[in-house]
Design a protein around this ligand. Structure first.
Ligand code: TYD
Length: 204
């Protein structure tokens, strides 16, 4: 089983990914909890070259072209799929990834790149069984990430996040594996909604 968490920065993906991993483990499943950008050399390169503008990264502080940025995320992903996701799925493990190619579609599309090109570029990526889109208004997410980011960039970040959120909602109409979860609820309620979806879509 391959499950992905997506959403704008501050939506609560990593918290929910961890809670879902624990939930599977307590039921006897072997779980691989992973993320993108990864912690490999490629992920580090991305953090160095792309995410230089602060925690919420890719405002326009990026020192490289948007195309190069998209290719770096795809290269990181190719390694991720080949070395970790694919082998883990073949071993019968549950793989949960905090971000995947939908992030590239939502963010790099928001940067002005062509959606079809991005979809083609990521065609190598194994399709997940379920993608949870944690959706919340940008105003809420900005409250959560406020402490994490640089004040002077607040408006730029908010504007990007708004575009990214819109893109995610459009993607949810294009990819049937995507399910929207309201991320404005409490952490426990969101977890319950996600478990409900997993049971309904994957375990029944
Ligand atoms: P994030 O999940 O915040 O990673 P970390 O918490 O480890 O720093 O991701 C970093 C940023 O990268 C985030 O703003 C989304 C962006 N991103 C893309 O633009 N494209 C992608 O393909 C991925 C995976 C992430």
């Amino acid at each position: 089983m391959f499950i992905v968490m997506e959403g704008i920065d501050g939506a609560g993906k990593s918290t929910q990914a961890k809670m879902l991993a624990d939930w599977f483990e307590s039921r006897g499943y072997e779980v691989v909890l992973t993320k993108e950008p990864t912690d490999t050399a490629f992920g580090k390169l991305i953090r160095r070259l792309v995410l230089t503008g602060g925690k919420e990264g890719i405002i326009d502080g990026a020192r490289i072209s948007h195309e190069a940025e998209a290719l770096l995320f795809a290269a990181d992903r190719a390694e991720h799929v080949k070395k970790l996701i694919g082998p883990s799925l073949r071993d019968g493990k549950v793989v949960i990834s905090d971000r995947y190619f939908y992030s590239s579609l939502a963010y790099q599309w928001a940067r002005g790149l062509d959606l079809e090109w991005l979809v083609d570029l990521n065609r190598f990526a194994i399709r997940p069984d379920l993608v949870i889109l944690l959706d919340l208004p940008v105003k809420e997410s900005m409250k959560r990430i406020n402490g994490r980011s640089i004040k002077s960039e607040f408006d730029k970040i908010a504007e990007l996040q708004r575009k990214v959120r819109e893109n995610y909602l459009k993607l949810a109409e294009m990819f049937p594996e995507m399910r929207i979860v309201n991320a404005q609820n409490t952490v426990e309620d969101i977890h319950r909604d996600i478990v409900g979806l997993v049971e309904q879509e994957l375990l029944e």
